[in-house]
Design a protein around this ligand. Structure first.
Ligand code: 2DT
Length: 209
């Protein structure tokens, strides 16, 4: 049986990273082999260019940084696919949906943004962590990176909604991330446990008609 491919998406300050680590630990202790990915993966050569851009240490055209984010996924796509085929469940903190939502929020056309990610391994399930910009602010506000601004986050949230509307309830679920850590973890686990061991043999391709 191949591994399940679970993507966790959401806005900044939604608690995604904590919950992804928690999900990994729970899967491991239930005997499911699991590997965590995080995009952007800032450790690769492309990832270092992205990191420098996000920390405003370099400037890039919107199109150029968009393509680097996508290339950063493509450089790991084969590893993700092989792990899934070998039976390892892959949990991914952000993926192509962040790619499209953030670049489109800056004003690039949605379909242009989607094109370079077309054909990537498609997640079996995307868990979207929804939090209002007000609640995110109450958690200590946004940090110092380039995209951590309330107005942009509002637009990103709207674009995530557009992307979500293209998937059915089996492929995309929204979790209210404004609740306690324990409540959110419980819901995430419910979805993950229902999926692992029950995925179809074939890994689908994202955004391929
Ligand atoms: P983290 O704070 O999660 O490291 O994200 N982003 C992310 C994009 O604009 N395009 C992408 O393809 C991805 C994966 C979201 C850093 C920021 O990078 C944004 C927040």
């Amino acid at each position: 049986m191949r591994g399940a491919f679970i993507v966790v998406e959401g806005l900044d300050r939604s608690g995604k990273t904590t919950q992804v680590a928690n999900l990994q630990a729970k899967l491991e202790s239930s005997g499911t082999p699991v590997k965590l990915f995080k995009f952007p993966d800032r450790t690769t050569a492309i990832g270092q260019m992205i990191d420098s851009y996000l920390r405003s240490q370099s400037e890039l055209d919107d199109q150029a940084i968009h393509l680097l984010f996508s290339a950063n996924r493509w450089e790991l796509a084969t590893s993700i696919e092989s792990l899934l085929e070998q039976g390892t469940t892959v949990v991914c903190d952000r993926y192509a949906f962040s790619g499209v939502a953030f670049s489109a929020a800056k004003g690039l056309p949605l379909e242009w943004c989607r094109a370079p990610d077309s054909g990537l391994p498609a997640p079996d399930l995307t868990i979207f962590f929804d939090i209002s910009p007000e609640a995110a602010r109450a958690r200590g506000g946004y940090g110092e990176e380039r995209y951590e601004k309330e107005q942009l986050q509002r637009r990103v949230r709207e674009l995530f909604d557009v992307l979500a509307s293209e998937f059915d309830d089996e492929r995309w679920v929204t979790v209210d991330a404004g609740r306690s850590k324990e409540e959110v973890a419980g819901e995430v686990w419910k979805y993950a446990a229902a999926l692992v061991g029950k995925v179809s043999p074939q890994v689908d391709k994202l955004w391929v008609p």
